[in-house]
Design a protein around this ligand. Structure first.
Ligand SMILES: [Fe+2]
Length: 295
């Protein structure tokens, strides 16, 4: 039976990809952000996930403003990153897991979510950079199921709806009969606004509210409307919707393993968190022992 171990939550600013390509991780500007990752990698080394359910938003690579699904799920065997115009070489993208994708899709439709299924899908920096941070210097040794949430073109789904989507994904994972070790990622945020009169806006107080409640009381994050979240967090800070959905897939009780918060990275409040499920905590570092046996 599959095991859901927890989730990694992170900002996904394109400039992080530039820092990776330049080898700038230890420069004073970048070091506080990259220092968040050794504890994440230590946890991944203990838990050894096989599959990543990736909750993120597309920024115009696969979906543009003329066609913008509220929720879109990849059901492909392969995905790829392409030039997004940031001057970054495309990042490697691990293979898909179409059987699990379709199991999630079947469950979501049965739970009355009207989703878009994508058997051909590009995934942008919001998915590829977090994977590159988690597994630097190599292609992530996992299969992925990408779930794209519209955080770009209004009307956006509510935080309540995104949490419900994540919880429905969690039900699908609980029913999945495979033996994989599964984790989620939620990427984006935290507070930032890239344009308009409030360009440069960040809100550490709201970011702290989100991080404090993500593990123990994610429903607290759904008490704000999307427009209230935009006011609190900035027009792009609303990417917290991806974190909320990912959290929903982890069940009621999770434990915070690590947390980092740093301002600014490219006008963005940059945060990294790891939450671990009760089941993973109870199992201890059985995954590391499994790896040691295989070595
Ligand atoms: Fe973004």
């Amino acid at each position: 039976m599959a095991k859901v171990i927890g989730g990694v939550f992170t900002s996904h600013v394109p400039a992080i990809g530039g820092a990776i390509h330049r080898g700038a991780q230890n420069e004073p500007y970048w070091k506080p952000f990259f220092d968040a990752w050794p504890p994440v990698r230590e946890w991944l080394g203990e838990q050894v996930p096989d599959v990543v359910i990736m909750f993120y938003n597309d920024h115009g690579l696969n979906f543009f403003l003329d066609k913008m699904p509220t929720f879109a799920i990849g059901a492909a065997a392969q995905y790829r990153n392409e030039d997004e115009g940031w001057g970054l070489p495309p990042f490697p993208v691990p293979p898909g897991h179409p059987e699990l994708s379709w199991a999630i899709i079947e469950k979501l439709v049965a739970e009355e979510f009207d989703i878009t299924t994508c058997q051909d899908m590009l995934v942008d920096h919001a998915a590829s950079i977090p994977l590159a941070l988690a597994w630097p210097d190599r292609e992530a040794p996992v299969k992925i199921v990408p779930i794209a949430i519209n955080t770009v073109q209004h009307p956006l789904p509510s935080a309540k709806r995104c949490l419900a989507l994540g919880r429905a994904v969690g039900k699908a994972l609980a029913e999945w009969q495979g033996d994989e070790t599964i984790m989620v990622m939620g990427t984006g945020g935290l507070s930032h606004q890239l344009d308009g009169e409030r360009a440069g806006f960040m809100n550490p107080e709201y970011d702290l509210f989100c991080m404090d409640n993500l593990s123990a009381d994610p429903d607290a994050l759904t008490r704000h409307s999307v427009h209230e979240i935009v006011e609190l967090s900035g027009t792009q800070g609303v990417e917290i919707l991806n974190w909320i959905a990912a959290r929903g897939a982890l069940g009621d009780k999770v434990h915070e393993v690590s947390r980092s918060y740093h301002i600014p990275i490219s006008n963005t409040a940059a945060a990294v968190m790891v939450l671990e499920t009760e089941a993973a905590r109870a199992a201890g570092n059985a995954g590391a022992e499994k790896t040691a046996e295989l070595a």
